[in-house]
Design a protein around this ligand. Sequence first.
Ligand code: PHE
Length: 336
Amino acid sequence: TEEIEQITLLSAADVENYRLKFLVSKGVVKGLFEEFKTVSSEEKRVLGKVLNEFKQLAENKYQEAQELFGKSNTNTVKLEEGDLTLPGEGFQLGSRHPLSLVRKEIVEIFKKLGFVVAEGPEIEDDWHNFSALNFPPEHPARDMQDTFFIKKQDGNDIALRTHTSSVQVRLMEAGKPPFRAIMPGRVYRNEAISARAHCFFHQVEGLYVDEDVSFADLKQTLFHFVQELYGEGTKVRFRPSYFPFTEPSAEMDISCTICKGQGCQLCKGSGWVEILGCGMVDPNVLENCGIDSKKYSGFAFGMGIERITNLKYEIKDLRLFSENDVRFLSQFETEI
Ligand code: PHE
């Protein structure tokens, strides 16, 4: 007993030596038990207890040491088990936002037709967002319901732009015709947030001003755009509409991309879905921007990227676009 108590086990090798000395079948403990068989039964009564305590002590010491040195042992083993030549785990790459994907697609189509991309500020004054675009002073779109006004400045309202038509004004004011540009960007409207409306969304507007630009040019350009975006054979139709800045004005529908015009929930059975507003630039707007409306004419159009994306990917809730839920976003990983 004393000998065991005095032994200090400092390494895995010490532990193994200890085991070989005391615990194997030819070791000290087993030896003592063999001897024990030969003593008288009276002695057995006394010695039995002592021997068992000794055995317990010997085994406990081994177990403790084993735990101490055994652990670091298993660590080493684990490391050795791993194949260090294997490539590491890759980073999870992000994916492009569906709105960015579709915006890029729209831009590419118009670029091939010679349109350049124009940008402007999201905070606008009344002139660029409304007045230059022929909105009468009492027009309901200026109402607090639609527009986020920011503050009064010298009596003039500053607002978050409600459409990117403001960029058309800036473009025309800054240069000379011809103009052929598209204006992608974020716009804001004071709407209650739901599956179908949001307080901000994204638009691509387009403007083409030159001599002799006609409604036929407008129709052909937009027809081509739809064939490129939704595939050959997609039908278009124009319905008369009203915008202060275009005359005549129209809204364009396409044959439903889901049911191909057969009638489904998305197009509410009609076979058609509206995708954009358009028209011939009102001569007043040209004049407001310093362009001779006798010499030049033009067409303009504007669409919501969300609407175009919903149709392309069958997305039914607008809020998904701004919630940053990776379960939604990662579905676009394969798209570039
Ligand atoms: N600016 C209009 C809107 O925001 C869209 C539009 C643009 C309509 C150009 C006609 C011509 O709804």
